[in-house]
Design a protein around this ligand. Structure first.
Ligand SMILES: Cc1nc(NNC(=O)[C@H](CC2CCCC2)CN(O)CO)c(F)c(N2CCN3CCOC[C@@H]3C2)n1
Ligand code: NI
Length: 183
């Protein structure tokens, strides 16, 4: 299982690389990597396991964060939540997006960033995405709200982008034009 010691931190060059597309059908190694990413996010949201293994809570994690520069990430929102999502995305792409933006009023954090970086992170409010699943089948999804924000945060990792790259340096909490805040 992935532990915090396996997660690389800000300053590690892999976080600034463009990850490589993975070959389909997935090799056994890439399949195991993808499953371990989803397992981490689920474990991190389980109070007992998070406590036992000292895991920082997450709703997503990307392969480069465990020093695997591959275009794979996982997202997990418990079925009891409005978002309700369990996703492994292989070679993901945003195929279209709204003009409207959105942002988390709390700002964002990152498992690979051991400091708080305050400020609004402008993202597309709605996105249409395409990716491949563990079986190598292509799928499309339309996302909005927190799942859309999280998908963009993880996709950024595959392109060597960190959330704080998007924060307005002059005024981190400057109003974002044509944007809907997400509480
Ligand atoms: C929004 C949120 N971000 C948490 N952490 N940061 C992350 O997920 C980073 C990715 C997120 C940062 C902003 C969008 C994507 C990880 N990133 O670095 C991967 O690249 C949370 F932990 C969290 N929740 C709410 C749901 N809760 C359910 C019960 O368990 C606790 C859990 C806490 N919500
Ligand atoms: Ni992150």
């Amino acid at each position: 299982m992935i532990l915090m010691k396996d997660i690389i931190r800000e300053g590690h060059p892999t976080l600034r690389k463009r990850s490589e597309e993975v070959a389909l059908p997935l090799s056994a190694e890439d399949k195991a990597l993808a499953e371990s990413l989803l397992e981490y996010v689920k474990n991190s949201q389980d109070d007992e396991l998070a406590e036992k293994y000292d895991l920082r809570a997450g709703v997503g994690i990307a392969a480069p964060q465990v020093n695997q520069a591959k275009r794979i990430f996982a997202l997990y929102f418990d079925p009891s939540t409005e978002e309700n999502m369990s996703l492994i995305a292989i070679n993901p792409k945003i195929v279209s997006h709204s003009v409207e933006k959105s942002y988390l009023t709390t700002g964002e954090g990152c498992l690979s960033v051991d400091r708080a970086v305050p400020g609004y992170v402008p993202r597309y409010a709605r996105i249409t995405v395409k990716a491949y699943n563990l079986q190598g089948e292509e799928f499309k999804m339309r996302l909005k709200g927190l799942p859309a924000i999280a998908f963009q945060h993880e996709l950024d990792h595959l392109n060597g982008i960190m959330f704080f790259d998007h924060i307005n340096a002059e005024n981190p909490f400057a109003e974002i034009e044509n944007a809907t805040p997400i509480e």
